[in-house]
Design a binder for this molecule. Sequence first.
Ligand SMILES: Nc1ncnc2c1ncn2[C@@H]1O[C@H](COP(=O)(O)OP(=O)(O)OP(=O)(O)O)[C@@H](O)[C@H]1O
Length: 289
Amino acid sequence: MSTAAASLDNAPLLEVRELVKTFGAVRAVDGISFKIQPGQTVSLIGPNGSGKTSTLNLISGVLKPQGGQILLQDQRIDGLRPERLAELGIARTFQNGRVFGNMSIRDNVLVGMHTQLHAARPFASLRHIPVLRWISLLGETVMAVVQPPSVRREEEAMLANVQEELKRFEQRLLPRQDRFAYTLSYANRRRTEIARALALRPRLLLLDEPTAGMNPTETAEVLEQLLELRAAGQSMLLVEHKLDLVMKLSDHVLVMDGGKLIAQGRPEAIQEDERVIETYIGRRRSLVG
Ligand SMILES: Nc1ncnc2c1ncn2[C@@H]1O[C@H](COP(=O)(O)OP(=O)(O)OP(=O)(O)O)[C@@H](O)[C@H]1O
């Protein structure tokens, strides 16, 4: 094995170095650094306004940092646009569950696979070069009109993948796959969003409060699904307020306060950390239970 390949094998999946994001006088993210190893589930916790969502937005390209670096397996990705990051294998869900209401569940998930199309998107790499992006658009249009066998085969494979993703939510989504997303319950919209993010076969899945607004039964169900994903080796970074879930799911916990990382470690250690307990609930008490 070459030295370069060996160093990539040892590289963290994601590395955040001295990341900074300010909004006017507010230092929403104030020089934080952390790593996510391949296959790890890492949770980001902290009080309201501590900078968790901003951090996720920086990693997913929704925000651009003012300082610091983000590396995906040793490749600088800070400042890249969300579509480019999706192509590189970073998928995310949003706090309020964003789905296309006027599309079916199946099509919502299919959309998530767009960046994986090869036959239907010839010259896709040119899309990132402003003066040449029309070549890529023209290529996609021609392929959509002509529908050569390679494009049809690719579409069939994509639809099979959609079924696979929907199967994760067998009882909830599979029987409803033809329904418009706007007819779904809140919990099912959030499940659809997770299925769409997974359809990208992401190297890293970012989840912003995946169980927000869910009742205890729904939360327990999503926890089971996330535990299954973790067991399958999916790397995840999640922002979550439900500490019970965080403690059951995480390999590593990052604690933010005022834009800074005030502690990090295994869930058992974090539960006992005096500073975390003080910051989180303002008095000396166990974090969960
Ligand atoms: N677009 C924005 N414009 C101005 N200030 C912002 C913006 N986004 C976040 N902030 C500020 O940055 C700080 C961190 O916000 P952020 O949403 O990242 O925190 P959070 O930990 O995710 O909070 P919550 O748990 O309530 O979602 C807060 O003071 C917030 O008011």
